[in-house]
Design a protein around this ligand. Structure first.
Ligand code: ZN
Ligand code: ZN
Length: 336
């Protein structure tokens, strides 16, 4: 089969790899129907995630059709259409029992990281019964792909950790796919203002259509001064970091109101400065999280019923064999 393979920082290729086979009784083999490229894949390519080694097939998002299941799989059978969660969960370990699937002792984020991933014609997914979801009959397939990672990550690491409440002022730093997922799911809680901050005017103008109340291009204007002017000099109740570089995290530290929450989502490859000299007295909370995908069943309902329109997160389509071109396009859009 063909797959997108990582060969060390800055190097990848679309090449022939052996088709995966069942290794454990709890595995499934899935023929990939649709997959996506994540900002995390770009971080891997920059060398920010050293656990990813030469020869690894990238990708942790996608939908497909079950080709084969191991003897212990009871919830799925050949021919079932499934959503692949970016987090593999054994369902049995201490962390899984707490609902913290991201830290599953045998799973967690392993697809396209520690084991081969979904940017391929076929993928082996471990713990099929507890890591796959049936796709509802009349659901929009493309919208469902957004549930592998993007929507639960934006919602759990951004909206839930940020504790967005009705009437809150919210700033989302980064208008990439994750920032947009935060923007869509933040509106479950009716904040009074959602300020999007990015470097790209096109991305910012699109966010207005998705519910952003204000946009700031931080390359063209002073983002801190603008946020303060929009919030009676208080700053925002919730600042969500959706990029993963020191400048964007430090921006969140500069715009947070007393009592506020800074929710980090970004994958960081470098240390950032914690400005305790200004924050020590401000009663703020800083959170970090790897998505647990515990909200995937709920989000699956909101997407299937079109309470949120996840297709709005999709701008480009490529055939799987053109994935190298898709990476180029995504890298250009992301400007990282
Ligand atoms: Zn992802
Ligand atoms: Zn587990």
């Amino acid at each position: 089969m063909k797959a997108l393979v990582y060969h060390g920082p800055g190097k990848k290729s679309w090449e022939e790899k052996p088709k995966p086979t069942i290794l454990e009784a709890t595995d499934a083999i899935i023929k990939i129907y649709k997959t996506t490229i994540c900002g995390t894949d770009l971080h891997i390519l920059k060398g920010d995630v050293p656990a990813v080694t030469d020869g690894r097939i990238l990708g942790h998002e996608g939908i497909g059709v079950i080709e084969e299941v191991g003897s212990a799989v009871t919830n799925f059978k050949k021919g079932d259409r499934v959503l692949i969660s970016c987090i593999s969960s054994c369902g049995k370990c201490e962390y899984c029992k707490k609902g913290m699937y991201s830290h599953c002792e045998k799973g967690g984020w392993i697809l396209g990281h520690l084991i081969d991933g979904t940017q391929a014609e076929y993928v082996r997914t471990p713990f099929a019964d507890t890591s796959l979801y049936h796709i509802p009959e009349n659901a929009d397939d493309e919208a469902i792909v957004m549930l592998s990672d993007i929507l639960p990550t934006g919602f759990e690491c951004g909206v839930l950790n940020g504790q967005i409440k009705p009437g809150d002022t919210v700033a989302i730093v980064g208008a990439g796919p994750i920032g947009l997922a935060v923007l869509l799911t933040a509106q479950f809680y009716t904040p009074s203002a959602i300020i999007m901050i990015d470097l790209d005017d096109y991305r910012l103008s699109e966010t207005k259509k998705l519910g952003a109340t204000h946009t700031i291009n931080s390359q063209k204007e002073d983002a801190v001064a603008k946020v303060l002017s929009l919030t009676e000099n208080k700053g925002v109740d919730v600042a969500i970091e959706a990029v993963g570089i020191p400048a964007t995290f430090e921006l969140c530290e500069s715009i947070i109101a007393p009592g506020g929450h800074i929710a980090n989502i970004g994958v960081h490859g470098k240390s950032v400065t914690l400005h305790l000299e200004t924050l020590w007295s401000k009663n703020i909370t800083i959170t970090t999280r790897l998505v647990d995908t515990v909200t995937t069943p709920m989000l699956l309902k909101t997407v299937s019923s079109k309470k949120i329109d996840a297709t709005k997160l999709i701008t480009h389509h490529f055939a799987l064999e053109n994935i190298m071109q898709a990476y180029d396009t995504f890298q250009k859009c992301s400007k990282r």
